[in-house]
Design a protein around this ligand. Structure first.
Ligand code: BTX
Length: 324
C-alpha cells in the first residue's frame, strides 16, 4: 500500500494530489490515507498537506530501497522487477542465481552494502553501506556470445548520460569499463555471462557507482572519487539510478534494432583512451603504443612502435604520461 501511494505521489512530480483521489486509487478511507502519509513521513519523506489541495512530496530521503527505485520510474522493463537487499556479499552472485532460476530480462538487484563486491579478475570492489549504487542488471539478449562485451560499452554510455542528467557532471570513459571523473575512478562495470558456445542465457551487468562517499580507504584514496566529492553536495541515489535505467533501456533497444554502430559513436564521444599513448596490461603480457580506436565489436586497436596493430580484448590501461 505504501509503495502504491509513493508511486502515485512521485508520478505527480511535485504537484498536489487530492486526498479523495488517493483514497479512490488505493481503495481505502481518507483516514487510512492520512495514516499512510504519516508512515512516509516517518521514513524520511517530507509531505506537504494543504486543505482542499491535497498532498505532495517536497523531499525524498536518500534511500535506495525498492519503493524509491520504482517510484516514478518510466522504463518498460529495465528495473520493473527490483530485488533489494540491505547487505549482501555481491549483487552479481544473487543475479547469477536468480537468472538461472528464470528471472525476467531487466530484473535489477541492488544492495545498500556489499561485503564481497567484485571487480574484474577477482579484484575487490569497495562498496560501503548507504553511500553508493551497487547494482546488477539481468539481460537476456538474442545476440551471439562474442558480442556481449559491447554491452559493457553500452552500459558506460548509459551511466555517463544518467549521471549528466542528474548532476550536470561530465564523465570520461577509459576503455573498456572505467568511468572517470576529473581523472579519478567513479564507476566500475563488470559484465559476466551465462552462455553456451553459441547461445547466451543471460548477461549480468554489475555497476558500482561512488555517489555519496566523503572518503575512501587508503589503498584507493588517490585513484577513486565520488559524485558528492566532485559536485560538493549530497546526491539522491534513487534518481541517479532511475536516470541510468531509462538511458540504458533506450540504448539497449537501439542496439537490438540497429546493432553496435550507433552506440560505438556515442562511446567514442566520451572516450579518453583513443589517440593517446598507453600501456595495455593483459593477463599474459604488456604492450605499449598508440590507441588507434575500437573495432565495430568494441575491441581496442593498439599500434606498437613497430607499426603492428594489436587487437586488445581485455586489459588494464595506463596512460603514458610523457606523451599524453
Ligand atoms: P576493476 O577490476 O576495473 O576495478 C577494481 C579496482 O578498482 C580495485 O582493484 C581497486 O583498485 C579499485 N577500486 C575498488 N573499489 C573501488 C571503488 N569503490 N571506487 C573506485 N575504485 C575502486 C571494476 O573492476 C568493476 C566493479 C563492478 C562493481 C559492481 S558493484 C555491483 C556489482 N556487484 C559486484 O560484486 N560487482 C559489481
Amino acid at each position: 500500500m505504501r509503495s502504491k501511494l509513493l508511486q502515485m505521489l512521485m508520478a505527480q512530480q511535485g504537484k498536489f494530489v487530492s486526498g479523495e483521489a488517493i483514497s479512490n486509487y488505493l481503495g481505502c478511507s481518507r483516514t487510512a490515507v492520512w495514516k499512510h502519509i504519516e508512515e512516509l513521513r516517518k521514513a524520511g519523506y517530507k509531505v506537504e498537506a494543504i486543505p482542499r489541495k491535497g498532498y505532495r512530496v517536497i523531499h525524498q530521503p536518500n534511500l535506495l530501497t525498492k519503493n524509491e527505485i520504482k517510484a516514478g520510474l518510466t522504463t518498460k522493463y529495465i528495473g520493473k522487477n527490483v530485488v533489494y537487499e540491505q547487505s549482501v556479499s555481491s549483487t552479481q552472485e544473487i543475479a547469477h542465481r536468480i537468472a538461472s532460476d528464470g528471472a525476467e530480462e531487466g530484473t535489477v538487484i541492488v544492495a545498500d552494502e556489499q561485503l564481497g563486491g567484485k571487480g574484474r579478475l577477482g579484484r575487490p570492489w569497495f562498496s560501503p553501506i548507504g553511500s553508493g549504487i551497487w547494482m546488477s542488471l539481468i539481460l537476456k539478449p538474442k545476440i551471439p556470445p562474442q558480442q556481449a562485451p559491447q554491452l559493457t560499452l553500452l552500459t558506460a554510455v548509459a551511466v555517463i548520460r544518467g549521471i549528466k542528467e542528474q548532476t550536470g557532471l561530465h564523465c570520461d570513459i577509459k576503455w573498456p569499463n572505467d568511468i572517470l571523473l576529473n581523472g579519478k575512478k567513479l564507476v566500475g562495470i563488470l559484465t559476466e555471462m551465462q552462455a553456451d558456445p553459441d547461445q547466451i542465457h543471460s548477461v549480468i551487468i554489475g555497476i558500482g557507482i561512488n555517489v555519496n562517499q566523503d572518503f575512501f580507504p587508503e589503498e584507493i584514496k588517490e585513484i577513486a572519487t565520488s559524485l558528492k566529492i566532485e559536485k560538493g553536495e549530497e546526491i539522491n541515489r534513487a534518481s541517479v539510478m532511475q536516470s541510468i535505467m531509462v538511458q540504458f533501456e533506450q540504448l539497449y533497444e537501439l542496439f537490438l534494432d540497429e546493432g553496435f554502430l550507433p552506440i560505438k559513436h556515442m562511446w567514442e564521444a566520451h572516450a579518453i583512451t583513443i589517440g593517446r599513448r598507453i600501456t595495455a596490461r593483459t593477463i599474459t603480457n604488456s604492450i605499449q603504443g598508440y590507441a588507434k580506436g575500437i573495432t565495430d565489436d568494441g575491441v581496442l586497436l593498439l599500434e606498437d612502435d613497430l607499426g603492428t596493430i594489436h587487437k586488445i580484448y581485455s586489459a588494464d590501461i595506463e596512460f603514458n604520461v610523457t606523451n599524453s
